[in-house]
Design a protein around this ligand. Sequence first.
Ligand SMILES: NC(=O)c1ccc[n+]([C@@H]2O[C@H](COP(=O)([O-])OP(=O)(O)OC[C@H]3O[C@@H](n4cnc5c(N)ncnc54)[C@H](O)[C@@H]3O)[C@@H](O)[C@H]2O)c1
Length: 353
Amino acid sequence: MEPLKIGIIGAGAIAQRNAREAVASGVARLAGVFDVNHKVARNMAKALSAPFYPTVESMLASPDVDTVLISVPHHLHRPLGVQAAQSGKHVMMEKPVANSLEEADAILDACKTNGVGLTVNYSFRFLPKIQKAKQLVEMGALGDITGIQILQHQYKDPGYWTGARSNSPDDWRASREKCGGGFLIMTTCHIIDYVHFITGLRTERIYSEYGTLCSPAEVEDIISIACKLENGAVGSLCASSIMRGVDQNEERISGTNGTMVLNEDGISLFSTRPVDGLKPGKVHRIKKFPDVSWTAEWVRDFATSLHEGREPAVSGRDAWDNLAFITSAYDSMEKGMAVQVPVLPSVTGAKER
Ligand SMILES: NC(=O)c1ccc[n+]([C@@H]2O[C@H](COP(=O)([O-])OP(=O)(O)OC[C@H]3O[C@@H](n4cnc5c(N)ncnc54)[C@H](O)[C@@H]3O)[C@@H](O)[C@H]2O)c1
């Protein structure tokens, strides 16, 4: 398999890890770096012995680049994703795919029309804990899913919103127009992705409340969502970036035959069925998982998918569905009512949605 020749677009905070892990994946080499902040791009290019490109056009015109890994503020996902696809480059996009479904449509369309691959960095799916949870659900440990509860609380200090944690400081995270939203689209989007992945279910209807209570931002720092899944299961999600002192990350998935709790300690599973060699009717704690680089796994899967001519594990459609959940949550609060989550019937665009 030929290695991917990856051009890095955006050399800010997360791009540091993305670039290193792309190299570590063993299926890619760094073919260049571009950032409007030339200093950070030059630094990365030097550190990773890759060429520096002074403009995005020069990178996209280069035959030495066949794939771009885009890690830039959200409002730039569409223009750069579309431009890369139109230049015949495969697109690896940081999450979320875009800020709106119309923007996401444009990216999916451009990739389809130009015959290039698209994946979005929902790579937590590759964590062994998440893979194990999905396997247990598929083995029937929970029976039919009846309920999902997600809790994600952290504390983001004011510097988070002004870019103080980045090597390329900018306050785009605080802007509704640039970021598309707050904690939900920025952070909780990963959990929404992997809970849908684990259960194989999509969310059908959403009602939400959110606010900006104590952050220097236009976007939400706390959100609460009630939802109904396609099989009738009922879910809730509470997330905030203003919980002081105690981080909390927990997903509880229950069904007709059991309950599974995922948190920092691993997986706790109760099942009335004998699955995976586990005694039924008892709570089992599954704590040990191999250490893997989820980002490198994501790169490896994308390279293999192109080689095998299949969809990547995290497809454009998956990312579109994820964004449909997020934008519906924002929509619901603005309308003051429950909303249906849109469905993408094909990747040919908004007209068919
Ligand atoms: N997967 C994860 O766990 C994870 C974690 C953090 C951030 N992210 C995502 O990564 C993306 C970037 O976030 P970040 O925290 O690295 O932001 P950042 O602000 O640290 O970096 C963004 C970079 O993009 C550059 N940039 C701006 N406009 C550009 C343009 N037109 N062309 C090229 N470069 C441009 C900036 O100069 C900056 O260096 C976002 O989509 C964010 O949601 C993902």
